[in-house]
Ligand binder design. Structure first.
Ligand SMILES: *Cc1c(COP(=O)(O)O)cnc(C)c1O
Length: 424
């Protein structure tokens, strides 16, 4: 097999990457390749596959919906799948209004545009946006501007608007210096909030892309208090953490914070269809209702509220709510396996939240370009487990439906991979 002459793959350097593997089908936690090999999908295909691949209830819901109403323009029209979904997610998030878009980046862009224009509609001069060090909010321009500047954003630097940046005091098992780092971060936040601030955006509990960097719920509560006291809006980017990933339906619920806006995508449709949703409070919604045309939120995507996506999302929510123990208990499945693994001489900073278990590999510098991740990935692939480490950060984020044997296999294969890195 060779690189296809007409495709361009995401975040892929063709000069140094192996050719992509040809997938024929997928079921549960497994991918089946064209050559018949099977791989355990230990990272839920970039964090989207929630229950498992080809989950029958979701596939059936999409098929039913496709025969009834596949798509309709969502300005001038509404439909039941969208209405049901909005009602259900509102009840779960405490945010009354749902605005649809197509992916996580757009869900973040919409949250930021709503926050920004809401203040403007009130004639307010709040112009500052605060984000955290290491943040990742997507690859479109607004989302890139909110995210940490990096190798990924360097070429576009002059096009990105400025945001104020606050430290992210991430932690791990056995970390006894975390409180001090949290205090430093909170002082930075307080200082930044002295400038009139429109919004503060964060990834609740786990910063995903920057290396599965976990903060404590108490830190998030302290942040939320300060943001509220300053009168700024709090945006929770739950694109990665939403829908059971962190052991509760939403990371904000687990942390005990109530944001004003929430961005959702990835697990929203159970990982079947691209869809984004931005939840907003009724207070924000009301700030756009006016006789003045310029107060309108002029934003809309062609596929807004796609009925197939809504049907998939409703079926996925049914599954989550019928079996809450599947996400609530996942951390209990990871913990003993990660405890054993954490005794490996190369393992540093083990951490686990919900379905996510991660650690740093003590080899070379901490960077996305550290080749150790690629070496581990190669070894694991040969042994039938698909991982995609972030530089020297290795993580497991399996679908909820992964069975015990498959989960054990992920841990034993990744341990072997690290053994091969040890000096002999
Ligand atoms: C993946 C991700 C995004 C971007 O979502 P896309 O669907 O890839 O555009 C935004 N925020 C967070 C926290 C993410 O993990």
């Amino acid at each position: 097999m060779t690189w296809h002459p007409h495709l361009w793959h995401p975040t892929t350097q063709v000069a140094s990457s192996p050719e992509p593997l040809q997938v024929r089908s997928a079921r549960g936690s497994e991918l089946e390749l064209s050559d018949g090999r099977r791989l355990i999908d230990a990272i839920s295909s970039w964090w989207v596959t929630l229950h498992g691949h080809a989950e029958p209830a979701i596939a059936a819901a999409i098929a039913r919906q496709a025969q009834q109403l596949e798509q309709v323009i969502f300005a001038n029209f509404s439909h039941e799948p969208a209405e049901q979904l909005a009602t259900r997610i509102s009840a779960l998030t405490g945010l009354e209004r749902l605005f649809f878009s197509d992916n996580g980046s757009t869900a973040v862009e919409v949250a930021l545009k709503i926050a920004w224009q809401w203040w403007r509609n009130q004639g307010s001069e709040r112009r500052q946006v605060i984000a955290f060090e290491g943040a990742y909010h997507g690859d479109t321009f607004g989302a890139m501007a909110l995210g940490e500047r990096s190798l990924f954003t360097d070429p576009y630097e002059p096009l990105l608007f400025a945001v104020a940046r606050v430290a992210w005091p991430h932690s791990h098992w056995g970390d006894d210096a975390v409180e001090q780092r949290e205090q430093v971060a909170l002082r930075q936040l307080e200082q930044a909030l002295e400038t009139p601030t429109a919004a503060v955006i964060l990834e609740p509990l786990i910063q995903g892309a920057s290396g599965m960097r976990v903060v404590r719920p108490a830190f998030l509560r302290a942040v939320a208090e300060r943001v509220q006291a300053a009168g700024a809006l709090l945006i929770a980017d739950e694109v990665f953490t939403g829908f059971g990933r962190t052991g509760d339906l939403f990371a904000c619920r687990r942390a005990g914070i109530q944001p004003d806006l929430m961005a959702l995508s990835k697990g929203l449709t159970g990982g079947f269809l691209p869809m984004g949703a931005t939840m907003a409070s009724e207070r924000l919604y009301q700030g756009f209702i006016s006789e003045r045309p310029e107060a309108t939120f002029f934003h809309g995507h062609s596929f807004t509220a796609n009925p197939l996506g809504c049907a998939a999302a409703l079926a996925s929510l049914d599954l989550l709510q019928a079996n809450p123990e599947r996400f609530q208990q996942f951390e209990v499945r990871h913990t003993p396996l990660l405890e054993v693994l954490s005794r490996h001489p190369l393992v540093r900073r083990p951490r686990c939240v919900g379905t996510m278990a991660a650690w740093d590999v003590d080899a070379g510098e901490a960077s996305y370009l550290n080749p150790v991740g690629k070496q581990i990935q190669r070894h694991c692939l040969q042994q039938g487990v698909y991982l995609r480490p972030l530089g020297n950060v290795v993580y497991l984020l399996p679908p909820l439906g992964i069975n015990e044997d498959q989960l054990d296999r992920c841990y034993s294969v990744v341990k072997q991979a690290m053994d091969t890195l040890m000096p002999v």
